[in-house]
Each structure stands twice: as C-alpha cells, then as structure tokens.
Design a protein around this ligand. Structure first.
Ligand SMILES: NC(=O)C1=CN([C@@H]2O[C@H](COP(=O)(O)OP(=O)(O)OC[C@H]3O[C@@H](n4cnc5c(N)ncnc54)[C@H](OP(=O)(O)O)[C@@H]3O)[C@@H](O)[C@H]2O)[C@@H](O)CC1
Ligand SMILES: [K+]
Length: 475
C-alpha cells in the first residue's frame, strides 16, 4: 500500500487496461485471491486512517466492488469493529468472487442490515468501481447520498462510486480517502476526480502491471543546475505578443512570469500602441514592436490579452517563431480561420497550445461539455489535429502531443481559478521551451511548477496572478 504523493510520476491505467491486468493476474492465482488481497488491504487502510472509528458501515454494491467491501467487512468484524454491511443488490446475483465473499461474511456473522444505518464513524464505499456504467439510481444512489452527506469520513474502494475511471466524470460519492486497486486510474486525477477522491492510496495487490500506461501522472522536473560559468544568452529569450488596449495586464503577467520563471531575456510586444516604452516596476522587461523581434531565434508566447488584433500577427508568428506558445485570443483566432489552422499544422517547430476547455472546444469544433466529457481524448485529438503539444487546462490539466502517452498534472488547486493565472502559465511554458529538448516535457514541467506554487501558497495570503508569477522564482 502506497500513499500517492505528487513528488514523482505514476503510471495510470484506464478501464480496458486494468481489466486486462486483472484477467491475466486472476488466471495465474488461486480463486478469489485478488479480492481477498483487496479486502485485506482495505481493512488495514481503514484501521490506519480511522484508528478510533468503532462503528463501520460497509455499503456494498451488486458487483465485485461490493465483493471487496464484503472481504474487508469480515476482517474488520474479526478485529472487533462494530460493522454493518448493506447490500444494494441481490445476494444471488453477485458475480462469483463477490458471492464467495458474501458467504464468508454470513459465516463470520457480520451484521447485514436491510435499512441504511443512521450513525457510523467510518463509511466504506464499496458500491461501484470499474463497472460503473450509468448514473447512480435507487438503492445505490440512496446509499451514496447518505454516506457522502455524513460528517464521518468515507473510504472509497477503487473509485468513489459513480466516478468514471477513464474520464473523471459522473455524480459520485465524495470520499475522504480512496484506495485504487491494481492500477491507478486516470479518472481519479482529472475532471471531478480530484474533488471526489480525497487522499489517494494505491495497492497493486501484488501484481506487476505489464500493460503500457494509458496516461502518466506528471512529476516535477529534475533540478536544473545552472553552470557557474553561465550567461543570460544560455537561458533562453522570450517574447510576449499580446496586450491589446485595455488588456495589457495579461501580456505583462506572461512576461513577468517568463522572467521569474528563469528566461534569460524577456521582450514585451504590446499590441496597444499607447502602451509606453517600459513596464512600470519591471525595468528588466524590454518593450519592442512585435515586428522588430528576431522571432526565428526566440520563444514566443502569443495571445495573452491580444484581442482581435492578434489575428493579424499570427501568419508571421506561426511561420517564423522558433518556439511558440499559443494562448487565449491567439487560439480563438486560429479556431476561426482554416488557413491559420493549416499554417499551425505545418509549422514543424516546437509549439504548445494552452486552451481552457471552451477554447479547446472552439478549436475542435465541438462543445465544452464534450471536451470535459473526456479530457484526455480531447487533448489528444487536438494535439493530433494541430501537430502540437496541447495543455488542456482545468482540474487535472492534461498535457498531450501526437504519438505520445498523455500526462495529467497533479499539482494546483481551486485558488488558481482567478484572472491572469493562465497568462502566467503561458509565460512560464515559453520560458521552459528554449532550455528543453522536448516540448511535451517542458510544458508538463511548467504546468507542474505553476500548480505547485499554488499548492505551496502561504496561508492567509491572497493568490493573485501577479503574486503567483513572482513566487515562481522560488523553484
Ligand atoms: N474480480 C476481481 O478479481 C477483482 C475485482 N476488483 C474489484 O472489482 C471492481 C470491478 O467489479 P465489477 O466489474 O463487477 O464492477 P462494479 O463496479 O463492482 O459494478 C458492476 C455492477 O454494477 C452494476 N451497475 C453499474 N452501474 C450501475 C448503476 N448506476 N446503477 C445500478 N447498477 C449499476 C452493473 O450492472 P450492469 O451495468 O452490468 O447492468 C454490475 O452489476 C473493481 O472496481 C474492484 O473494486 C478488485 O478487487 C480486483 C480484483
Ligand atoms: K467504490
């Protein structure tokens, strides 16, 4: 049993891959062995997270997730806990492993109740796992609702019941802890997964997964030691093109983020002609006209408050920039123009798109709901279409590129949901590209760092985009 910490990458396996792993392992093990291991792991974790809980409600569903709960209930009952089992389903219809666990439960004399309990100290959610196929209804919905609404903590087995293992969608139990079995599932880390799952634990049940991961949970970048004999020319030049009248702040945020994030030199090309020759408070930023910049040799972040005006620069920027980050208004302009889409596809140089779900939907010609319905797939599809790295922002930002395994970022929190943090990210990615040989890795590490700064935010201090950019220097 491992606690899932975000200081290293983890492989993630979706439903199909997990089913294959389960089948292969089950074929080489004695009958019921996997479920017995699962039940013991859950019972041990229950003791560890709630050592003083006496009354334990194990809410079991009609499939093997319920079987895991029944196995756990037998152990907890034997260890002296006041266990109550409820079963949302019929005992005669349980699949074989769960039916075996049901028999053991009855033989051990574990109390089984017809009605949902009214009080308990720890809830164990064994209603649904990988087999969750539609919205929770009737007995399952009633048990899930009561367990989630209680002040007593919930330990979810495999997945918070109702959560889709692949997409992180679905109305589900809200757990304080989730123990993912055999594999870690992508749905725990994106969409609604993070809010539903609580603290995450992983038990491989003694099975080494031979399946290629469906996705990767991103980890931090290796520490980049700057040589003592170093100079600013080695750390990358970044230009930010954006900041139409009334939106200069977005471009300034991206530029300050690139600077604090480690770029050697940062240029700001505001589209507001009345902007002035310098950025107040930031003498390090060099203000230039966009067409006076050596785009062929620098990293460009384009968008960032650029408004409609940015569209006119895009043909030149797309065809000339050595490294390119496209954000916000630049993405909207590309979504509205097939010839820009074609230029983007043909660029052939490192390019990162940083859409939020609505921008991704515009680029894909679909709806936000469809993007959010399967964030991994949407990011991969957009990457394939645009031949670029895609950073699909949101809870569990997805980083994808053509022909590679996508990543989900584990850092960040709801405090990032404030104006300008996306501009800070665009600037940080632009700073990361020139010092990396791999645009996907550079983007993933920048996203991780951006989120980590929010996770490490000092209590009681407001998180604003400007303050976030300044704190990036702590890395
Ligand atoms: N076998 C093993 O060795 C191991 C298994 N393991 C455990 O098994 C879990 C997977 O088990 P599982 O495949 O039986 O799926 P599970 O999630 O329990 O439920 C499926 C049942 O629920 C039903 N159903 C679905 N949605 C519904 C809804 N909304 N409302 C009502 N009913 C609904 C669905 O009905 P159906 O869709 O078929 O009509 C079906 O009857 C996995 O997550 C892990 O915990 C681990 O211990 C490792 C070893
Ligand atoms: K569950």
């Amino acid at each position: 049993m491992l606690k899932v910490t975000f200081d290293r990458p983890w492989p993630l396996h979706g439903t199909a891959a997990t089913r294959r792993i389960e089948q292969e392992a089950a074929a080489s093990l004695p009958a019921h062995a996997l479920m017995e291991r699962a039940g013991l792991a859950v019972a041990r974790l229950a003791l560890a997270i709630a050592p003083h809980a006496h009354r334990v409600w194990v809410a079991c569903g009609p499939g093997n997730n319920g079987g895991d709960g029944l196995e756990a209930a037998v152990h907890l009952h034997r260890w002296g806990k006041a266990v109550t089992v409820t079963l949302a389903g019929s005992p005669d219809k349980l699949p074989p492993d769960a039916a075996n666990a049901w028999r053991k439960c009855r033989e051990a004399g574990v109390p089984v109740a017809d009605a949902l309990p009214s009080a308990w100290d720890l809830g164990i959610d064994a209603l649904l796992g990988l087999g969750s196929s539609r919205p929770l209804e009737d007995a399952l919905a009633a048990a899930a609702g009561r367990m989630s609404a209680s002040a007593s903590p919930v330990l979810a087995i495999d997945l918070p019941s109702g959560l889709n293992a692949d997409t992180g969608n679905g109305q589900s139990v809200r757990a304080a802890h989730t123990v993912s079995l055999l594999t870690l599932k992508p749905g725990l880390f994106t969409g609604a997964g993070r809010d539903a799952a609580g603290e995450l634990w992983f038990d491989d049940l003694g099975v080494q997964a031979a399946e290629a991961p469906t996705a990767q949970l991103a980890g931090p970048a290796p520490v980049r030691v700057r040589a003592h004999a170093s100079h600013k020319g080695l750390n990358g030049d970044v230009a930010v093109i954006g900041g139409a009248p009334g939106m200069a702040g977005a471009a300034v945020l991206a530029a300050t983020s690139a600077l604090c994030g480690g770029a050697g030199r940062v240029f700001l090309a505001p589209l507001d002609t009345g902007f002035g020759a310098a950025v107040p408070g930031w003498p390090e930023l060099m203000v230039r006209a966009w067409d006076a910049l050596p785009l062929e040799s620098i990293s460009v972040a384009c968008g960032c408050g650029g408004g409609d005006a940015v569209a006119a620069m895009l043909p030149a920027v797309l065809s000339r920039a050595k490294w390119l980050v496209l954000d916000a208004d630049a993405l909207n302009a590309i979504a509205a123009d097939a010839s820009l889409q074609e230029t983007l596809r043909r660029r052939g140089r490192p390019t990162v798109l940083t859409p939020h779900p609505l921008e991704a939907a515009r680029l894909l010609g679909t709806s936000t709901a469809q993007v959010q319905g399967d964030r991994l797939r949407a990011a991969q599809e957009l990457g394939e279409r645009s031949k670029a790295v895609v950073v699909l922002k949101g809870s569990g930002t997805v980083i994808a590129a053509p022909g590679t395994t996508p990543s989900i970022n584990p850092t960040g929190n709801g405090r990032l949901a404030t104006g300008g943090t996306g501009d800070v990210l665009a600037g940080l990615v632009a700073a990361a590209l020139p010092v990396s040989s791999d645009a996907l890795q550079a983007a993933a590490h920048a996203v991780y760092r951006h989120g980590k700064a929010a996770d490490d935010w000092p209590a009681g201090e407001p998180l604003t985009a400007g303050a976030l950019a300044r704190r990036l220097h702590l890395d």
